[in-house]
Design a protein around this ligand. Structure first.
Ligand SMILES: [Zn+2]
Length: 95
C-alpha cells in the first residue's frame, strides 16, 4: 500500500511538473506575441507594438490609435475645407 502511494506520488509530481512546464511555455508564447516589432511608417524605426508612439518621430504606431486619429483628421479636414470654400474666408486669407 505504501509503495503504491509513493509511486502514485512520483507520477503525479511528474505530471505536475509537466503541467507547470506547459504553463510556463504558454506564458512565454504569449509574451512573444506581445513583443512584436513594427516599423514606423514615417521614419522606418523599429517600434515595439506595445508602444503607441514611435520614439524617434512621435508617429502613432498603434493601429487602433492610428485609426482613431485618422478618423478625427478626416472630420477636421472636411470641416476645414468647408470653411475654406466660403468666399468671405477666401478673401480674408488672400488679403
Ligand atoms: Zn517614426
Amino acid at each position: 500500500m505504501g509503495r503504491y502511494i509513493s509511486l502514485l506520488g512520483s507520477e503525479s509530481s511528474k505530471e505536475l511538473a509537466r503541467l507547470s512546464g506547459l504553463k510556463i511555455k504558454e506564458e512565454e508564447e504569449k509574451d512573444k506575441v506581445k513583443i512584436t516589432v513594427e516599423m514606423c511608417s514615417r521614419c522606418h524605426t523599429k517600434v515595439l507594438q506595445t508602444m503607441r508612439y514611435c520614439p524617434t518621430c512621435g508617429n502613432v504606431v498603434d493601429p487602433e490609435t492610428r485609426q482613431k486619429i485618422d478618423e478625427v483628421d478626416r472630420v477636421l479636414e472636411r470641416k476645414l475645407l468647408r470653411i475654406l470654400r466660403k468666399p468671405e474666408i477666401r478673401t480674408m486669407l488672400l488679403s
